[in-house]
Design a protein around this ligand. Structure first.
Ligand SMILES: Cc1cc2nc3c(=O)[nH]c(=O)nc-3n(C[C@H](O)[C@H](O)[C@H](O)COP(=O)(O)OP(=O)(O)OC[C@H]3O[C@@H](n4cnc5c(N)ncnc54)[C@H](O)[C@@H]3O)c2cc1C
Length: 429
């Protein structure tokens, strides 16, 4: 048996806290797991943190749950556009991992670099190896820099920011926006769908416009969309751009990015005219996180991971479950934090069932609500319910279940702030 059953787990924790991380982890492959086995979760974001928490909670301590995450704290992408607008600070969207540790999740601050699916071992950048019975990958997305040659180096990436992973780039992009002279142009370049958070770029345009309206009224927000049309909440965003942000926001469809000239902050498109900006915000095309590529679970279009929607187990590599933005989505399922949270719970239940020799729930139901802030306080939402269809073997939206705001309002803004607090508590406490 790969995982020995002799060494008590508390010794492992003691070794970790004594600063013996590398050697302790090196020994991990031969260490014991609790009764039902060990689940290693890679990535402490919306999908991974949720899975880790629910695995620990629902197993009642019978499963050894290990979460590998390089960041010291969780920083939320949802609400991060409000940091760009200046109405929130990074501290407002940051939550620590301490409560997860108190739940019995072993936290390892490191990056997974390789997976040996035959031996069921994850290798970490720090040199350690972790044996697993089940592996959960929720690494979010990584960018396809080779598709934007001018940005395919570190210096260019430090100048033209994406801020599509919340954290230091969010703060740096806010600084660029604040430093921009009045009368300047902020241009945001959106990749072709599917991309992380369909309404996110349009919310960002609103938040930057909200700031410009107050601080730099002569400035413009130019949306260069790689798609032929607005991808989410179209009428609601268009109303905001035509009413609240008239004369500030301009929307241009079919702007498929081919390159960026960093020296002149110019975006070049397949057919649309070049755009020269004062602040250029490029969201590059992306795919499942690098570790998913390394683990061999990318199966769709060289970009995304197909999963069995009953369990979120990879269709290709047994014992590896993929969550969140990395998956090849079911029809009408957005790449959202809310969905990733739902994937996490569905997968946690399926993994515990499989460790106990049981089949997964044959009829999972997932839901999504996605808020977008138009001003600092007014929001809109879209909601949907996704149910497993036995014949189609995928999740389909339940007819009549969805919903869309009739108009932005402050009550929905309050709901949106509460949504964030609730989902962070659901994942991380
Ligand atoms: C500006 C913006 C606004 C958004 N707004 C909303 C919203 O309002 N509502 C909503 O539902 N969604 C929203 N989203 C989308 C949401 O952020 C993502 O869908 C969600 O984060 C996906 O969860 P995930 O677990 O796949 O990835 P993430 O939450 O990004 O988590 C991935 C984690 O994996 C870690 N990681 C990556 N590789 C490794 C590795 N090799 N080893 C160890 N750890 C690793 C990363 O450090 C990270 O912590 C927004 C996104 C953006 C960019």
């Amino acid at each position: 048996m790969k995982l020995g059953m002799t060494t008590p787990r508390r010794h492992f924790l003691k070794a970790m806290s004594a600063g013996l991380a590398a050697s302790a982890l090196g020994a991990c492959a031969t260490m014991s797991a609790r009764g039902l086995g060990r689940v290693v979760v890679v990535g402490g974001g919306y999908g991974g943190a949720t899975a880790a928490k629910y695995l620990a909670m629902w197993s009642g301590g019978t499963v050894d749950v290990v979460l590998v995450e390089p960041s010291a704290a969780f920083v939320s992408c949802p609400l991060s556009n409000l940091v760009l607008g200046g109405s929130k600070q990074l501290a407002d969207i940051t939550v620590g991992y301490d409560a997860l540790a108190k739940r019995g999740v072993t936290l390892i601050r490191d990056t997974a670099t390789a997976v040996d699916a035959d031996k069921r071992i994850v290798r970490l950048a720090g040199g350690a190896e972790l044996a697993y019975d089940r592996l959960v990958l929720s690494p979010g997305v990584d960018f396809l820099w080779d598709r934007v040659p001018g940005l395919n180096n570190a210096a260019a990436q430090a100048r033209v920011l994406h801020a599509w992973k919340a954290g230091p780039q969010t703060v740096a992009l806010r600084q660029q926006i604040v430093a921009m002279p009045d009368g300047g142009v902020f241009a945001i370049v959106i990749p072709r769908a599917p991309y992380r958070c369909p309404p996110g770029p349009y919310e960002r345009a609103c938040q930057v416009a909200w700031y410009f309206k107050r601080a730099k009224p002569g400035s413009k927000v130019l949306i260069c969309d790689g798609n032929e049309d607005v991808q989410s909440k179209k009428a609601l965003f268009q109303k905001a751009w035509g009413d609240d942000y008239k004369g500030i926001v301009e929307y241009r469809p079919n702007c498929v990015l081919v390159d960026v000239d960093v020296a002149t902050l110019t975006a070049k498109f397949e057919t649309a005219d070049d755009v020269k900006a004062d602040v250029l915000n490029v969201i590059p095309p992306h795919r499942a996180g690098n570790i998913a590529a390394q683990a061999g679970v990318i199966t769709a279009n060289g970009a995304w991971c197909e999963v069995d929607f009953l369990s979120f187990e990879s269709i290709k590599v047994k014992g590896i479950y993929v969550l969140g933005d990395s998956i090849q989505i079911a029809p009408a399922m957005p790449k959202s934090g809310h969905m990733a949270n739902q994937h996490g719970k569905t997968a946690a239940a399926a993994i515990l069932a499989s460790l106990a020799g049981q089949p997964p729930n044959p009829a999972p139901v997932l839901n999504n609500t996605c808020y977008s802030f138009i001003t600092d306080r007014d929001a809109v939402h879209v909601a949907s319910v996704h149910q497993y269809d036995r014949e189609k073997k995928t999740l389909v939206t339940v007819p009549g279940s969805g919903g869309l705001s009739p108009a932005m309002n402050t009550l929905e803004g309050d709901y949106a702030f509460d949504w964030a607090k609730n989902i962070w508590a659901d994942m991380l406490t």
